[in-house]
Ligand binder design. Structure first.
Ligand SMILES: [Zn+2]
Length: 572
């Protein structure tokens, strides 16, 4: 008698093999049978007409704080994610001396737009060292599995204090001590090390993430700790400037240590073919024996501009900042509807000289009503500028009026990255690159401006089923990308495939009715802080280690998730 039998589903096993119809049987937390006709189960579920796939393994999230108060790690778990890896991009909360806690919160708030008020209220600091952080996570009940990387920002300030925080060069002693701490973290179960090398990532005080300007000696010195441990991924977000030099150290680090180096690979408007050069550099490094892994996304980095968001096209206008920004939403909407206020705001320009502010406020050809169901690949005829041309208004007027729709809750979509061509063809090429690994959902992060944690669902709805503006992707490829491939990058050989003996992390998906809602702003973080969330529908069941944790979108109350310590061997 099996514990659970899923009958007659379409099995997409994560290996890329063709989907086939059959049963899936589960005993305890393991898969007992895949395909064919299984014997009776204590519980049986009719999965006919549904996809049965491994639980998604999302390797690029920022739940480092939320993981200490939210056992569900939403929105990710609403989208079939059963394993998350956090601690990306050099930011996180361990190691942390007590007098650095507030600063690390400010770093996370600045880089990832996670409200500092929520982090300050939500985190119960039961640790100083990284191993103590893992111990604390292990004590907390949770629905899905979590793995953590040790972040450069925290390590550097821990070792170097203010010199580290202010991005002063590290001495050989500093590097040795950082490497020692990273070795200790890896021994305790860290899945890797992460760093940031982009000027876009700054603490609330404006300081780039500690380690942003780290030289080759520092990077390689720390990388050797991964080599000595024999496990761990070296992750980074980088401006790739200068490109040749960045790829040179990534390749050298991987070649010397044998560890994979993974970097965020996205298309940007200023250099819309850089991603092609990056993929070529990755292939060249592979020919020379290094593993440099492009981490790619399934859709653009989608800024959601609204009156409740961190930014919108009028947010930096002097009158808005002075008279409106602090008002409650309803009052702001009322004032903005006054013709005199409308005229004043439309006549102004953003005050900030920051290029990103100017760029967004003036790029209304790239601004779109997202719609319901949300359209993440809108044609140029749907842009605010095109709407303006058709209706004889200015793009600013159109944007202004759209922001006031739905009582000021409307969100406008600004695809910041991966949309320079105005369609998803570059993304499709990246998703098909044989060395690419899917990531960049940024679950838990950018609460006031981005919500791409639904990416795992979107990969199925858009890329497999709904795409109209270009070729779609095979179901089996899309499933493999976010199961076997992501698990393999982090050495998690116990999951990511439907195979006898592996962990029973499974999604049962009503594919025909799978869909995502428009994102919305909610105020459910600690201290009533805001975050953008996005619901998914069509997951009939999400099973974690043999136990259903969600059924038809409702949590079952089961909390079988655990902390992952280090790479996981394939069960014998
Ligand atoms: Zn990130």
């Amino acid at each position: 008698m099996h514990d659970l039998v899923l009958r007659g589903g379409t099995l997409v096993d994560g290996t890329g093999a063709p989907a086939r119809t059959g049963d899936l049987a589960i005993d305890g937390d393991r898969i007992a049978q895949v395909g064919g006709r299984a014997g009776p189960g204590r519980r049986e579920v009719d999965a006919s007409g549904c996809l049965v796939a491994p639980g998604w393994v999302d390797v690029h999230t920022h739940y480092d704080g939320q993981v200490t108060w939210d056992p569900y790690l939403t929105p990710s778990s609403w989208h079939g994610v059963t394993t998350v890896v956090m601690g990306n991009c050099g930011v996180g909360f361990a190691p942390a001396r007590p007098d650095r806690r507030t600063w690390l919160i400010g770093l996370m708030e600045g880089v990832e737009d996670i409200p500092g008020t929520a982090l300050a209220e939500g985190i119960d600091w039961q640790w100083e060292s990284f191993p103590e952080y893992l111990d604390a996570l292990e004590r907390m009940p949770r629905a899905i599995d979590v793995g953590a990387q040790v972040p450069h920002g925290a390590v550097r300030t821990y070792v170097m204090g203010e010199r580290g925080a202010k991005n002063e060069p590290a001495t050989p002693d500093d590097v040795a001590e950082m490497a020692r701490i990273v070795r200790e973290a890896l021994a305790a179960g860290a899945l890797g090390f992460s760093t940031s090398r982009t000027l876009l990532h700054r603490a609330v005080d404006g300081e780039p993430v500690p380690g942003t300007f780290a030289n080759e000696q520092e990077l390689l010195g720390i990388g050797r700790a991964l080599g000595a441990a024999g496990h761990g991924v070296f992750e980074l977000a980088s401006d790739l400037a200068p490109e040749t030099r960045e790829f040179a150290w990534m390749e050298a680090l991987s070649a010397e240590t044998g560890r994979p180096v993974t970097f965020a690979c996205l298309q940007n408007d200023l250099d819309p073919v850089q991603w092609r050069r990056s993929l070529a550099a990755v292939d060249a490094a592979a020919r020379r024996g290094a593993r440099v892994v492009p981490q790619v996304a399934g859709r653009p980095t989608g800024l959601l501009l609204g009156l409740q968001s961190s930014f919108h096209p009028f947010a930096d206008h002097p009158t808005y900042r002075r008279e409106l920004a602090a008002l409650p939403l309803a009052e702001r909407v009322r004032r903005m509807r006054e013709p005199e206020m409308r005229a004043r705001l439309l006549a102004e320009r953003p005050a900030s000289p920051l290029p990103i502010v100017q760029y967004i406020a003036s790029s209304l050809h790239k601004l779109f009503p997202l719609g319901d169901p949300p359209d993440y690949e809108p044609g140029p005829e749907k842009s605010v500028r095109a709407l303006a041309e058709r209706t004889g208004r200015s793009p600013q007027e159109v944007a202004y009026d759209l922001l006031l729709a739905r009582e000021g809750r409307e969100l406008l979509y600004f695809p910041l990255l991966n949309y320079a061509n105005g369609d998803f063809e570059p993304i499709r090429e990246m998703l098909l690159h044989p060395r690419a690994v899917i990531g960049l959902s940024d679950g838990g992060a950018h609460c006031g401006i981005i919500c791409d944690a639904s990416m795992p669902t979107f990969l199925l709805t858009h890329w497999v089923r709904d795409r109209r503006r270009g070729a779609r992707l095979p179901l089996e490829h899309v499933v493999r990308m976010q199961t076997a491939d992501t698990a393999a990058l982090f050495g998690l050989a116990d999951r990511g495939r439907l195979e006898v003996g592996l962990r029973a992390d499974v999604n049962v998906i009503d594919f025909e009715n799978l869909r995502i809602d428009p994102p919305e702003m909610v105020y459910d973080l600690p201290a009533g802080s805001r975050r953008l969330v996005q619901r998914g529908h069509g997951y009939r069941m999400t099973i974690q280690g043999g136990e259903p944790i969600f059924e038809d979108g409702e949590p079952t109350g089961a909390l079988p998730g655990r902390l992952i310590r280090g790479p996981q061997a394939r069960p014998a």
